[in-house]
Design a protein around this ligand. Structure first.
Ligand SMILES: Cc1cc2nc3c(=O)[nH]c(=O)nc-3n(C[C@H](O)[C@H](O)[C@H](O)COP(=O)(O)OP(=O)(O)OC[C@H]3O[C@@H](n4cnc5c(N)ncnc54)[C@H](O)[C@@H]3O)c2cc1C
Length: 387
């Protein structure tokens, strides 16, 4: 008889403890200051790479750890429990590798994946523009074929770690208007005609920079196109299916950390002559937070398992992303409430967690877009299996 297994394997527990040791020792002491100074440290990505944590689900022959998403989500959760900015940075570098591994040719894989998988290079994914966010198929940046290169012109918005990335996956229009006219390209840092625009002044996640990227007659070699002309949107949407599992995993980490602080505070803080935890109003809030976190954890683990098993997971990834990130928003908001005035100050990281949770409801497809995906699957049937 096959049993369902809800226990972490010894390897998964080891990975969790390795990531936790790293985040406690290397990341935690820097986080508050770096958040205030909007500082991203590429050397931390390199150190995570030295531990094998930047290419967890990538094949060993390209420098990855050869593990699966069930391991990957553990690392992302642990990093997010300390700082969502770095969890997002690792996730985006992972998204870049995932695109190359799934859709790249052998030369592209050999050249670009190993530095990313080892943490020696940083990756970025550039799809969104000022007038095309949720409606990604309407993007305007163009890539015109001229001999053995493409000439790229346009402006991208919201590219996470666009200013530190060595390898950027860029979506640009090579053909007709709409979803079929978009292609994917690999861009290397420092290419002529490529400039950084504004850095967004955000609500949170300041250790992760979000950049405008400007392209003026940038010559991208034709060999840097990924897949065929017109494959770009399919590539982006496939990548985002997997990316959503990691965003959901980040939501788990933030929420777990917030819940722990709220429980501790409720046990210590006394009002009306007894600890807050003895008031049913507070203990029920804590109970509800734990229920939501447990449910979200199972959803995220199931999505990761489906992906690892090579089964269809688009629907479940959308459900996980929607539920886990809405859960994180509620859990962090309630944790602030349980700490009262202190929760609203920077004496505790809860207000930061709340700001970090918010962005997870927006990135990699807003939660309204997740509902559209889920609703479409329910009423029109699932689309073909994503890779
Ligand atoms: C910190 C941060 C990092 C990011 N990193 C990246 C990155 O690395 N790469 C990248 O390409 N992009 C990135 N993005 C962009 C992100 O993916 C978009 O912000 C997101 O897809 C939403 O697009 P938009 O902001 O243009 O909002 P819009 O699409 O204008 O949406 C505005 C509102 O309308 C809702 N809405 C839109 N269409 C519908 C509909 N059909 N039905 C119901 N509601 C709808 C949305 O849910 C949202 O609430 C990042 C964004 C942020 C904030």
């Amino acid at each position: 008889m096959h049993k369902m297994n809800f226990e972490e394997s010894p390897l998964q527990s080891e990975l969790r403890s390795l990531t936790r040791q790293f985040t406690q020792k290397e990341l935690l002491p820097l986080v508050e200051e770096d958040e205030n100074n909007q500082r991203f440290r590429p050397e931390l990505i390199r150190k995570l790479g030295d531990l094998g944590l930047t290419g967890i689900p990538l094949p060993i022959n390209y420098g990855g750890a050869g593990l699966g998403y069930q391991e990957y989500i553990i690392a992302i959760e642990e990093i997010a429990a300390v700082n969502a900015g770095y969890a997002i940075s690792v996730a985006v570098t992972g998204l870049t590798q995932m695109i190359l591994n799934t859709f790249g040719n052998e030369e592209q894989k050999k050249k670009y994946i190993p530095p990313l998988a080892k943490g020696h290079a940083i990756g970025a994914f550039s799809l969104s523009e000022a007038n095309s966010g949720s409606d990604a198929a309407s993007l305007k940046t163009t890539a015109q074929k001229q001999g053995n290169h493409y000439l790229v012109n346009g402006t991208k918005l919201w590219t996470t770690q666009g200013d530190s990335a060595d390898t950027i996956i860029l979506m640009a229009r090579t053909g007709e208007a709409g979803p079929r006219g978009i292609s994917a390209f690999i861009l290397e840092k420092g290419i002529s005609g490529f400039q950084y625009g504004k850095k967004e002044k955000k609500m949170g996640c300041h250790t992760s920079h979000t950049m405008e990227l400007i392209f003026q007659n940038v010559e991208v070699p034709a060999e840097n196109r990924i897949g065929n002309e017109g494959d770009g949107l399919k590539i982006a949407m496939t990548a985002l299916d997997s990316g959503r599992i990691t965003i959901a995993a980040a939501a788990l980490g933030i929420s777990r950390a917030a819940l722990q602080i709220a429980i501790h505070h409720a046990q210590q803080r006394e009002q009306f002559g007894k600890p807050l935890s003895e008031f049913q109003g507070i203990s029920f809030m804590l109970a509800d937070m734990a229920v939501l976190l447990n449910a979200a954890t199972l959803l995220v683990q199931k999505s990761a398992w489906l992906k690892d098993e090579g089964k269809s997971f688009t629907h479940e990834a959308a459900i996980s992303k929607l539920f886990a990130t809405d859960m994180a928003m509620k859990v962090t908001t309630d944790a602030v409430q349980i700490l009262g005035g202190s929760g609203y100050t920077q004496d505790f990281p809860l207000e930061r967690y709340m700001r970090e949770a918010k962005v997870l409801q927006i990135v990699e497809g807003t939660n309204q877009i997740q509902r559209m995906i889920i609703g479409r699957n329910l009423t029109q049937g699932p689309k073909r299996k994503r890779k």
